[in-house]
Design a protein around this ligand. Structure first.
Ligand code: IMP
Length: 481
């Protein structure tokens, strides 16, 4: 028997009251999860938000679900009830047998049968989810669904408020930091970071990862280490998971007794789960680890002056692979001449060409700028080979005003290539003066001066593995190349 409208209405009123209380985000969401599960006579509920990259789900509040179920591993938005991402309500009748469930075996082991997923929408776009779980297979009525959609609306407001609060806090901290030092400011939040850390060092580590745009998930998986009968007697939950590096990280202090215990657990974990990549790190270790990937205060590359990282190395690589796929598809069966302008394009060109599944040849040009405003382009090194009758792809690091590209394109067209297209990694559209056609674009960047991954400021920063925004105070209006 379903509930009456009046009874749903009074539960919604209670939920609203909790939502407007001074409790923490986690406590509010735990309480809403409990009320929602009970209202639709389900066994469990959890409220999730997307991580900033919209690739993983983060639990903000839960009710009636075991720790092992909640921490069964990273929840990928594209693998776990993926249609919710498009704003759809998803119903799973049999979780153990449905391919839209990411961990069907865990659902089976934990006795979960049906799942109802409701999107949390902000201006029509999914920003999170409510999931309802039942042990017995069951259907949900229209009244259940419309009640849960109203709960999701309340969650959207809670998320938005928490995000605003977080932004204001960060903005304050960033302006304080800028006041004290003119170098590094913190990352402006674009999505809610609802994690409550157990230890301040974990929060520091998360901030460091955020600064370098390295994706992280906090405690997404618990590893059972010992069983008594079929009950789990010991578990280990590493602090972080870094999906781009497929690496779990447990932070530790140098206190010997803690270290010995953690090392024991780690040995056990490695023996039971040999495929899992895990590291135990103290503070100096994690700086060294970041340095290994070219990041952090101990990294080889110069980062001083970089205000914030826009695109991590992993994100650039993903985008470059996608561009290369599109180019390879569009030029199937043809040979391609890639033309780049030295020197900013070197990293992009090197990565892009390795992912092209076509016969390609390379050529480079070099240019310099002159004139009182530095806007007149002069070719100081021309192509080695003729491009007449060839398919030419002009590869650019960044298109800013478009003047350079416009000049180069007219120079190249004069040689009568069979076709001439443009692929640029970055498009600073806001500053465009000449309307040049761009066929392939990696990222549209804001009107800021960016460095790294080949792009320089006065000859420096080219070797950074990521693309970052240079601190505005460092820029004095020179035109680099
Ligand atoms: P445009 O002629 O204004 O489109 O300028 C293109 C060239 O200016 C690029 O190829 C870069 O060498 C340089 N440039 C423009 N914006 C940036 C930037 O943000 N960082 C580094 N170089 C830039």
């Amino acid at each position: 028997m379903g509930r009456s409208r009046a009874s749903y209405y009074s539960i919604l009123k209670q939920i609203n009251k909790v939502a407007n209380s001074a409790l923490s985000l986690k406590k509010i969401c735990n309480s809403i999860a409990k009320s929602a599960a009970k209202a639709v006579q389900a066994n469990g509920c959890r409220i999730l938000s997307f991580n900033p990259q919209k690739e993983y789900l983060i639990t903000i509040g839960a009710y009636g679900l075991s720790d092992i179920y909640l921490k069964k591993g990273p929840l990928d938005v594209h693998k776990s009830l993926p249609d919710i991402l498009d704003g759809k309500v998803v119903f799973i009748a049999n979780a153990a047998k449905d391919e839209r469930v990411q961990y069907p075996k865990v659902a089976l082991a934990q006795g979960i049968s049906s799942i109802l997923g409701i999107p949390v929408l902000e201006k029509g776009e999914a920003i999170g989810e409510i999931r309802i779980y039942t042990r017995e297979p069951r259907q949900f009525s229209e009244a259940d669904r419309s009640f849960l959609l109203s709960v999701a609306d309340i969650c959207a407001v809670i998320f938005e408020r928490a995000e605003l609060h977080q932004l204001l806090e960060q903005d304050y901290k960033a302006s304080e930091k800028r006041r004290k030092s003119s170098r590094v400011s913190s990352l402006p939040a674009t999505t809610l970071r609802p994690t409550s850390f157990a230890h301040p060092s974990e929060e520091d580590f998360a901030k460091l990862l955020d600064f370098y745009c390295i994706e992280w998930l906090y405690e997404p998986r618990s590893f059972p280490l010992r069983w008594e009968g079929d009950k789990i007697a010991e578990m280990f939950t590493p602090d972080f998971y870094l999906p781009e590096l497929d690496l779990y990280i447990e932070l530790t202090t140098l206190k010997q007794n803690l270290l010995t215990e953690k090392n024991r657990k780690l040995r056990q974990l490695r023996a039971l789960y040999p495929e899992v990549n895990i590291r135990l790190l103290n503070k100096s270790d994690f700086l060294k680890l970041l340095a290994k990937y070219g990041y952090g205060p101990l990294g080889e590359a110069k980062v001083e002056g970089v205000d914030r990282v826009l695109y991590s190395h992993a994100k650039i690589q993903r985008r470059v692979r996608t561009l290369a796929r599109h180019i390879s598809r569009d030029y199937t069966g043809q040979r391609l001449v890639l033309v780049g302008i030295l020197k900013g394009v070197v990293c992009f060109m090197a990565d892009l060409m390795q992912h092209l599944s076509l016969p390609v040849t390379l050529d480079f040009m070099a240019i310099s700028y002159y004139g009182s405003d530095g806007q007149v382009v002069k070719i100081t090194r021309d192509l080695d080979s003729s491009i007449t009758g060839q398919h030419v792809l002009m590869v650019e690091d960044i298109v800013d005003t478009g003047m350079t590209l416009n000049y180069i394109l007219s120079h190249l067209s004069a040689h009568n290539p069979a076709s001439l297209r443009v692929c640029t990694l970055l498009d600073k559209r806001a500053r465009r003066l000449v309307n040049v056609p761009l066929d392939y674009v990696g990222f549209e960047v804001p009107d800021e001066f960016v460095v790294g991954y080949g792009l320089d400021y006065k000859g420096e920063y080219r070797n950074l593995p990521f693309i970052g925004i240079l601190h505005p105070e460092l820029i004095k209006g020179t035109k680099p190349r």
